[in-house]
Write a protein of this length. Structure first.
Ligand code: NAD
Ligand code: UDP
Length: 338
């Protein structure tokens, strides 16, 4: 299939482009590089041995989107582009709503008008808020979103549901990612956050490589086995393969489907730290701090629907994730600048 990948230079997008190309799809990437580096796509080309046609453009640039969609006649769009920092979304909500909502509205309009009505959307487990059911199934009601980032995903899901209802020719697949970590086996691409990382794994790897002094563990008084927060960490390559499985099932379909993409296993912050130390033989200095505002105690998925319907199941375990994250970081202490 001919596939438009928005945000394809980013962390999940770049790993997904590799898997899409390996599965024989023709990929075109649109990204404005606001949170990524063109080097990532150059490395993708080295890994896959195939060219990645790339347009540097903002999704809100309607003329650019019309040009690219008009000239390629895409069969499907995999839509990653958006801002994702929770903290920044609290301090700059307008920036988040404008980029994530306006960008997607322009994209949907242009796709629809150019006859591409297949969309795979990067949603998030954040839409469940504080989940009512653990493990979280897709039937779990969406919750009170704790920040504008999560709210933007909630609103975009709603927009897609309404659009699909109004025009049943659309086929929308909403993928609710749990916590992607890890990196490509080659160590050539991986997560490269700008500034001090907000998320656990890039913080750990930057402590390990000596860029940061110690990890702050946000709370050890949650109602969990060791008191630290529990999440469903998923290897980014497993996540990427999930998109390929969706594409395998998409042809000729109309409707809207929602899938959790997680492993179904919860690990605490201390589990992740210990696993990272063990498999990589490095020490991670840490201290226990206050709980982080907006955090929840436990969130992990029931990934059963993706297995039943798509035949997709995460293959990698926490040790692979820790090993691959470190393999990327230790070889590229400064990310794509190295
Ligand atoms: P990322 O920041 O690495 O990738 C996003 C890409 O989109 C970047 O390359 C950025 O330059 C591009 N982009 C942003 N706004 C754009 C715009 N207006 N026009 C064109 N390009 C634009 O993030 P990621 O971790 O790869 O996440 C991809 C998607 O998955 C995002 O939508 C994110 O919200 C979602 N998601 C991520 C996580 C996670 O923990 N990484 C979890 C759940 C959902
Ligand atoms: N966390 C932590 N220290 C950090 C970053 C995260 O203790 O520097 C904890 C956080 O409280 C949560 C887990 O690690 O329990 C995962 O946080 P992350 O920000 O990676 O993902 P989230 O689930 O919040 O989207």
């Amino acid at each position: 299939m001919k596939i438009l990948v928005t945000g394809g230079a980013g962390y999940i997008g770049s790993h997904t482009v590799i898997e899409l190309q390996a599965a024989g799809h023709e990929v075109v990437v649109v990204d404005n590089l606001v949170n990524s580096n063109l080097t990532a796509l150059k490395r993708v080309e080295q890994i896959s041995g195939k060219a990645v046609p790339f347009l540097e453009a903002d999704l809100r640039d309607r003329a650019a989107m019309e040009r690219v969609c008009g000239s390629y006649c895409f069969d499907c769009c995999v839509h990653f582009a958006g801002f994702k920092s929770v903290g920044e979304s609290v301090s700059q909500p307008w920036k988040y709503y404008d980029n994530n909502i306006t960008g997607t509205l322009v994209l949907l309009d242009v796709l629809g008008k150019t006859g591409c009505k297949n969309l795979i959307f990067s949603s998030s487990a954040a839409v469940y808020g504080e989940p009512e059911i653990i493990p979280v199934t897709e039937e779990c009601p969406r919750g009170q979103c704790a920040n504008p980032y999560a709210q933007s995903k909630f609103m975009l899901e709603q927009i897609m549901m309404d659009l699909q209802k109004a025009d049943p020719e659309w086929n929308m697949v909403l993928l609710r990612y749990f916590n992607p970590i890890g990196a490509h086996k080659s160590g050539m691409i991986g997560e490269d956050p700008r500034g001090v990382p907000n998320n656990l794994m890039p913080y750990i790897t930057q402590v390990a490589v000596g860029k940061l002094e110690k990890l702050s563990i946000f709370g050890d008084d949650y109602d969990t086995l060791d008191g630290t927060g529990v999440r469903d960490y998923i290897h980014v390559v497993d996540l990427a393969k999930g998109h390929v499985k969706v594409l395998d099932s998409i042809e000729g379909q109309c409707g809207l489907e929602i899938f959790n993409l997680g492993t179904g296993v919860g690990y605490s912050v201390l589990d992740v730290v210990k696993s990272f130390e063990k498999v990589n033989d490095v020490k991670i200095a840490y201290e226990i701090k206050e709980r982080r505002a907006g955090d929840i105690a436990v969130c992990y998925s029931d990934p059963g629907k993706a297995q039943r319907v798509l035949g997709w199941k995460a293959e990698y375990g926490i040790e692979d994730m820790c090993r691959d994250s470190w393999n990327w970081q230790k070889n590229h202490p400064n990310g794509f600048k190295d």
